[in-house]
Design a protein around this ligand. Structure first.
Ligand SMILES: Cc1cc2nc3c(=O)[nH]c(=O)nc-3n(C[C@H](O)[C@H](O)[C@H](O)COP(=O)(O)O)c2cc1C
Length: 493
């Protein structure tokens, strides 16, 4: 669905009763973040537009928007689906969008060019960027932006979402992992002895952060997928100081360059991370040397609260739950794993756990599924633990999973499989800190685990089980159930 820009999206949310405006004065230093934490709740709060932020009640930028995608209803609205669409319907809509391609079109100019700042006029402190948590290493400006880079070999434009904080008035130190798409692009510029041009896009339609934070295959531009998701090409304009393009009606764009020279690095971290823990210790990291800021008149800054914990969900966890299930399902299909009937990532773990439901027709299907997922570049930072269950287990019901785990898993029958020494998350505290050194190893280190909670097809059909591999369950026979259903009121219930 097209919204035009973030203003169109905000108006849509207002009409649907999904927006709350906060007109009380709120401080950017921890107060705003704590309000957002409380409002996001368990994925059931509204989107928020803050209109009065301490120190920013007047000036270049006075408004701050967050939470556009912090519940499933608004993700459904982004896809143009009914607000009560099921999670599986959202996953199917994301699968279709990820498989579509509508390339962007370049237009001569747009609202984002209303103000253009260069040289001494660049001052990142003019924008109401929160310190989200008390123990964050700084004010994180990059939490819900699109990070645009180009593969210098193929020309492919990547749009990713990676954290970054304000360093000086014109620098943004960032966390740049080598397996992520901008890390792959960066390697190519480094090999050529060049700095990497980059543009950060703040505030546009919801499909921008949704696609930017999706592990779409490396050779595909997220701009093409955004076009498919919204059903129309993204209109882009050329940047001022870097050879990149950005949405013409974005609220704000920051352009700059990243050098590979460690002498240019600046202190970054820690940050309240998606794991629910502070992560990425404070150390010198790559920084963006800002060369230009362009923004609309009276721009709305866009950011989001990271850090997921039980009953404390957020935009990343809700989006991840849809994105990472959809991507995994597409990978399973492309790899030829048959019989997949549903795929789910529970929101609280941001895609660290993947649950696959399938109809087995031959032995080893669960292992085939896990191999396909773990061999994909989408598995970086995701899918540490994979469950596979049969199609009689509701993968959205933890009680059902727990029952399958109890009675269909036998570690002595190879139902729990370890895959050690794989790439992992450099932010997952269950890996020792020394093994998560991104500078040394490029990424984290995971021993991945498959829990095969399907009925074991290696078992023989048993006469005691009426020729099946497993005994009958106690679920009432249909005729018994129907009889009781018919007479239910007679029993006095
Ligand atoms: C709010 C938010 C913050 C994120 N922060 C980071 C980050 O700091 N570093 C990172 O590598 N990925 C981060 N991610 C995950 C990436 O956006 C995700 O892996 C995405 O697939 C990256 O794009 P790419 O596949 O084009 O590299 C974040 C995602 C969200 C939603």
């Amino acid at each position: 669905m097209e919204f035009g820009d973030i203003r169109g999206w905000i108006e849509h949310l207002r009409r649907e009763g999904e927006l709350r405006e906060v007109n009380a004065q709120v401080h950017w230093d921890c107060e705003l973040g704590t309000i957002v934490r409380r409002v996001f709740g368990n994925g059931d709060g509204p989107a928020l537009l803050f209109n009065r932020i301490t120190g920013y009640t007047e000036g270049r930028c006075t408004r701050f928007f967050t939470g556009g995608l912090s519940n499933y209803s608004r993700v459904a609205m982004m896809f143009g689906l009914p607000k009560n669409a099921s999670i599986t319907e959202l996953v199917q809509a994301a699968r279709r969008a990820y498989s579509g391609r509508v390339p962007p079109v370049v237009v001569p100019t747009g609202p984002v060019k209303e103000n253009i700042l260069k040289g001494d006029d660049i001052d990142l402190f003019e924008f109401p960027v929160p310190r989200w948590h008390r123990h964050d290493g700084g004010r994180y400006i990059n939490t819900m932006q699109g990070t645009v880079t180009r593969d210098p070999t193929s020309g492919r434009l990547n749009v990713g979402l990676y954290r970054g904080m304000i360093g000086k008035k014109d620098t943004i130190p960032v966390l740049l992992w080598r397996p992520q798409d901008w890390g792959r692009d960066f390697r190519k510029y480094t090999d050529k002895g060049e700095e990497m041009p980059v543009a950060f896009v703040y505030g546009w339609e919801p499909c921008l952060p949704f696609c930017a934070s999706s592990p779409i295959p490396s050779d595909v531009s997220e701009y093409d997928v955004m076009g498919a998701l919204r059903g129309a090409p993204v209109e882009v304009v050329r940047c001022e100081t870097v050879p990149l393009v950005v949405p013409a009606s974005a609220e704000m764009v920051i352009e700059g360059f990243i050098s590979p020279d460690p002498a240019t690095f600046e202190l970054e971290g820690p940050f309240g991370e998606y794991t629910g823990y502070f992560g990425g210790d404070r150390r010198p990291r790559h920084k963006v040397r800002v060369t230009c800021i362009s923004h609309r008149d009276n721009p709305i800054f866009r950011g989001t609260l990271e850090g997921t914990m039980p009953k404390m969900l957020n935009e990343n966890s809700i989006m991840s739950s849809v994105q990472r299930a959809a991507l995994a399902w597409n990978i399973l299909d492309r790899s030829g794993v048959p019989g997949v009937t549903d795929v789910h990532c529970p929101a609280a773990n941001n895609g660290t756990t993947l649950i696959i439901q399938l109809r087995q027709t031959y032995r080893g299907q669960a292992k085939q599924a896990a191999c396909a997922i773990w061999g994909s570049n989408a598995a970086h930072v995701r899918y540490k633990h994979i469950w596979v269950v049969d199609d009689d287990i509701d993968i959205h019901d933890y009680g059902a999973l727990d029952w399958a785990f109890a009675y269909r898993v036998n570690a002595a029958e190879d139902d729990i499989v370890f895959f050690p020494g794989t790439f992992g998350s450099a932010l997952d505290p269950s890996t020792r800190l020394k093994f998560r050194d991104g500078d040394l190893y490029g990424t984290g280190k995971w021993c991945r685990v498959l829990i095969d909670a399907t009925v074991n097809l290696d078992f023989e059909p048993e006469a005691d089980y009426n020729g099946d591999r497993y005994p009958r369950s106690v679920k009432p026979e249909k005729e018994d159930w129907d009889l009781v259903e018919r007479r239910w009121h007679e029993y006095g219930f």
